[in-house]
Design a protein around this ligand. Structure first.
Ligand code: G6P
Ligand code: MG
Length: 217
């Protein structure tokens, strides 16, 4: 059977979650808002606009739309500055092996990311050609945990939701996959991603037997 294998980007394929954190941290610090790694968990999988609102909420900061727009631009410029030298070395351990295996087994692959920077990142890391469909922050209007991004991805691949598998590092993303009745696979801390159907610390723990079981189920 053909299954849709849908990958989140940040924190799943590439280690960019740390860059999002650093960029937000800079804005938060300038505003005198404490912003910890724990707070950062709340922002994973969450759109840029919503992330800023969450941070401002942490510090009870009110701001005009113009001011917010300025911070959003600043955050993205700071974030992009970390990506200038990005290459395939930023691809997380085990990801290439899994992508190669899925390709060799003719399984459709999609990206399902909230990021508006997804395409340049796939280009810089040299893996754009692995993806049969890309759905990113430019395509969706409802952010995870709304399943829109994954629904669009499955649709583009022509595969039903029940035959779709989602790799996610965020709580919101796992919830989105579950709402869509897709198979959710958490990548990262099992304690945080406890709503996922399966969980792996990283892709090096995902072996061919497991992938075969997903394909043949
Ligand atoms: C991903 C990340 C979030 C980020 C969002 C938007 O979901 O996990 O931390 O805020 O994408 O990314 P962008 O690159 O458009 O700011
Ligand atoms: Mg992510």
């Amino acid at each position: 059977t053909k299954k849709a294998f849908i990958f989140d980007l940040d924190g799943v394929i590439v280690d960019t979650a740390k860059y999002h954190y650093l960029a937000w941290k800079k804005i938060a610090t300038a505003l005198g808002i404490e912003f910890t790694h724990e707070h950062n968990e709340l922002l994973k999988g969450v759109s840029r606009v919503r992330s800023l609102d969450i941070i401002l909420g942490l510090g009870n900061v009110d701001a005009s739309q113009e001011q917010k727009d300025q911070w959003l631009i600043q955050k993205n410029e700071e974030y992009l500055s970390y990506l200038v030298d990005m290459d395939q070395s930023e691809i997380l351990p085990g990801v290439m092996t899994v992508l190669e295996f899925l390709k060799a087994n003719h399984q459709p692959i999609a990206l399902g990311s909230a990021s508006k920077n997804a395409r340049p990142i796939l280009e810089k890391t040299g893996i754009l050609s692995y993806f049969d469909a890309i759905v990113d922050g430019n395509d969706v209007s409802n952010a995870k945990p709304d399943p829109e991004v994954f629904l669009q991805a499955a649709q583009k691949l022509g595969i039903s939701n029940e035959n779709s598998i989602v790799f996610e590092d965020s709580v919101a993303g796992i919830q989105a996959a579950n709402i869509a009745a897709m198979t959710s696979i958490g990548i990262g801390e099992a304690a945080i991603l406890n709503e996922a159907k399966f969980n792996f610390q990283d892709f090096t723990y995902i072996d061919e037997a497991f992938l075969n079981s997903l394909i043949n189920n």
